[in-house]
Every structure is written in structure tokens, then in C-alpha cells.
Ligand binder design. Structure first.
Ligand code: SF4
Length: 364
């Protein structure tokens, strides 16, 4: 249905861009309850507190930040697994925050999630065959509904599961096995196959390689890239480590205490990070050259991440920022455009001019 149609559905948006996903002013707040029967709301945990982002079709948006910064909550909210307190999530012309019941379920088939810990996300009592076929049954898909079956393909759920396993690099014989019989990397491949079997448009990958050995991480990232090429997928990849999202992302958002504090295309962000928090995350990535590693200037984070129930006034980063000045304690910095990026810092230009930070080009 056209978004300009006068009879347009109220959940349709006027979005007419090449973005598959557009988020505007998204907030996810959790009430803090007290009292004998927890009937008094005494505050809110502001896990996501006013996020805007856009993800063009077929591209990858990397979302990075420390544990507790709100990135996983944001990822779950994009699929409406967490209820939005405020804001819009436009997915292919439909505002997901206004959907419920069957209409949301139908949309969710087009949006799948890959989780950090495949051992926790795969039921150990189910065989791989059962794990892969289950999503097809849950969504009531008959084999004939599944587009990727070619005209000559055997049309059965089992055939679909076997072909999906091959796509992710596992033999057909894996169908009869159980999750504990696989390595961590192989289990993540099964988790990816389970997400892909519904032929989604959007995949949210939440720390998809952080539970894996470094040697296996690159293989899984390469697999995600290959699947993106094969199926034209759009990704949001969430990670605490900038090095992980570097190669797979077209655009990267750096998140701190529920806000995006810097956003740029991957090359710009790595070549010229501007926000002090991004500089600190960059400093945490080891440089392969041991001499450079010992001598490079670092931006070190002071203290712990403040509570999202009681975020600092002014710039939320000021309690840990080595460049903080008086105005940072009282005035909230807007996310403003500076050249090819957006930065939420009052003093970004001045810090950028003066900082002699070793950029981690060459680190993986
Ligand atoms: Fe640091 Fe101030 Fe910039 Fe915040 S606004 S990042 S406290 S310099």
C-alpha cells in the first residue's frame, strides 16, 4: 500500500527513503518499583534514552559501547522484544511500535536475531533438525511458502533445514546431532541458520562472536558477510569491541548511557574518531606493533559506567571524560554534524585538534 494513499493504514509511515530501518526518538525506560507490593514508582532506568538511527537496505549498522550502555536493549527494542516507551521504529514503511498481536508476529518473521551465546539460545534437548524446523512451524509456513525453494527443489521442511545447514558450512549429517556435540563456532553457525531459515530482511546480531575464540571470530564474521551478499540482508551488529564491527559495518554508532554519542561511516570513525568516549574505546584495542603499543598515547576511562537510573547532568560522559570542562557538567551536548560524522561533544573540534591519538589502522 502506498504511504501517500489517503486511506493509508495508521501504522504506515511516510518514510520513502532507501532505509529498511529508521528509528526516531526511541526511548526504553523501566520503572523502578518500591513499597510492600511494589506499587510505588520511584524512578526510571533509562536504558535507551532518545536514539535516532537509519539503516539503508543491504547495509550493516554497527552499534558499540560498554556493557550496560543500552545497546542490547536497543537491539531487542528494534524487534519489539522490549516495549518502546516513546519514539518510532519504522521498518519498511511500518511503525512497529504501533503493531501488536498477529500483525507484529507477521512482521517479526522478517526480522531475526542472532544471539551471543548459542549454547544458551539453542535448546540442548532438541536435535539440530528440530531446532531449524521449529521457526518454520511457529510461523505456520508450509514448504510451498518458502521462496528460496527452486522449482526443482524437494519441498519439505527437512530439505530446507539441510540446505540452510550447507549454506552456513555444516554437513547434512549435523541434522541428527544435538548442540553439545558441536564446537562454539559450529553452534553459532546453527544459531545463524535458525535465524536465516525464515528468509528475513533484517538480522540483529547481538555480540555474535564475543563468546568465541579469536581464531573462530573472523570465520563467523566472514559467514555473516557472505550471507549478506547471498540474501541481500540488512544487519544491525551489536558489540562491545570496536575491532569486531570494524570490517563488517558500513556505519557505526557509539553508544553511551542510552545515547548515541558519535556516528560515522566505518572508515571515518576509525581514521578520525572525535568523541572522547570513542577515543577511549579505540585506545582499548591492542596495536599489533609492540613498540607502538608501548608508546602510543591513550585516552583512559576514569571510574565506572554511571547508573542509567541516575545519569549525570549535562554531558553524561563528564564524570569519566579527561577533557571535561565546566559547561560539560550542566549543558547537554546535542548530536551535531561535523563533516562526515555526528558527535555529541561541546569541545569535539578542540579535542580533535590537540589530541595526539594513535589511530589503530592495521589492527583487526
Ligand atoms: Fe567530554 Fe565535555 Fe565532550 Fe562530554 S561534552 S565528551 S564531558 S569534553
Amino acid at each position: 500500500m502506498s504511504a501517500t494513499n489517503e486511506q493509508a493504514d495508521p501504522v504506515e509511515t511516510t518514510e520513502a527513503s532507501g532505509n529498511l530501518l529508521t528509528v526516531r526518538g526511541l526511548k526504553v525506560h523501566y520503572p523502578i518499583k518500591k513499597g510492600l507490593i511494589f506499587d510505588r514508582t520511584v524512578g526510571h532506568v533509562r536504558a535507551v534514552d532518545g536514539v535516532d538511527l537509519e539503516v539503508p537496505r543491504g547495509q550493516t549498522y554497527g552499534l558499540v559501547g560498554e556493557s550496560g550502555c543500552g545497546k542490547s536493549t536497543l537491539g531487542r527494542a528494534l524487534l519489539q522484544l522490549e516495549e518502546a516507551t516513546e519514539g518510532e521504529i519504522d521498518f519498511d514503511g511500518t511503525d512497529l511500535t504501533r503493531l501488536s498481536g498477529e500483525r507484529l508476529r507477521v512482521m517479526r518473521r522478517r526480522m531475526q536475531m542472532v544471539f551471543q551465546d548459542p549454547m544458551a539460545s539453542l535448546d540442548p534437548r532438541q536435535s539440530v533438525q528440530s531446532l531449524l524446523i521449529e521457526p518454520l512451524k511457529v510461523h505456520g509456513l508450509a514448504p510451498s511458502d518458502i521462496e528460496e525453494f527452486g522449482p526443482d527443489s524437494p519441498k519439505s521442511h527437512l530439505a530446507k533445514a539441510a540446505s540452510m545447514l550447507e549454506v552456513v558450512g555444516l554437513p547434512r549429517a549435523s541434522l541428527a546431532k544435538y548442540p553439545h556435540e558441536f564446537s562454539g563456532g559450529q553452534r553459532q553457525r546453527i544459531g545463524i541458520a535458525r535465524a536465516m531459515i525464515l528468509n528475513p530482511d533484517l538480522v540483529i546480531a547481538d555480540e555474535p562472536v564475543s563468546a568465541l575464540d579469536v581464531s573462530v571470530q573472523a570465520q563467523v564474521i566472514n559467514l555473516l558477510e557472505r550471507l549478506q551478499d547471498l540474501f541481500g540482508l540488512t544487519y544491525v551488529v551489536i558489540a562491545h569491541d570496536l575491532a569486531v564491527v570494524r570490517h563488517i559495518s558500513d556505519r557505526i554508532g557509539v553508544m553511551y548511557l542510552g545515547h548515541i554519542v558519535e556516528e560515522a561511516d566505518a572508515d571515518t570513525l576509525y581514521a578520525e574518531p572525535m568523541h572522547p568516549y570513542t577515543l577511549a574505546l579505540m585506545s582499548a584495542i591492542p596495536v599489533p606493533d609492540p613498540v607502538l603499543e608501548d608508546t602510543r598515547e591513550r585516552v583512559l576511562l576514569q571510574g565506572d559506567l554511571p547508573s542509567p537510573a541516575n545519569p549525570p547532568a549535562g554531558c553524561r560522559f563528564h564524570t569519566r571524560c579527561p577533557f571535561a570542562q565546566d559547561d560539560c557538567r550542566t549543558e547537554v551536548p546535542e548530536l551535531r554534524t561535523i563533516g562526515p560524522r555526528k558527535v555529541a561533544c561541546h569541545h569535539a573540534e578542540e579535542i580533535h585538534r590537540n589530541a595526539e591519538i594513535t589511530v589503530i589502522d592495521g589492527a583487526s
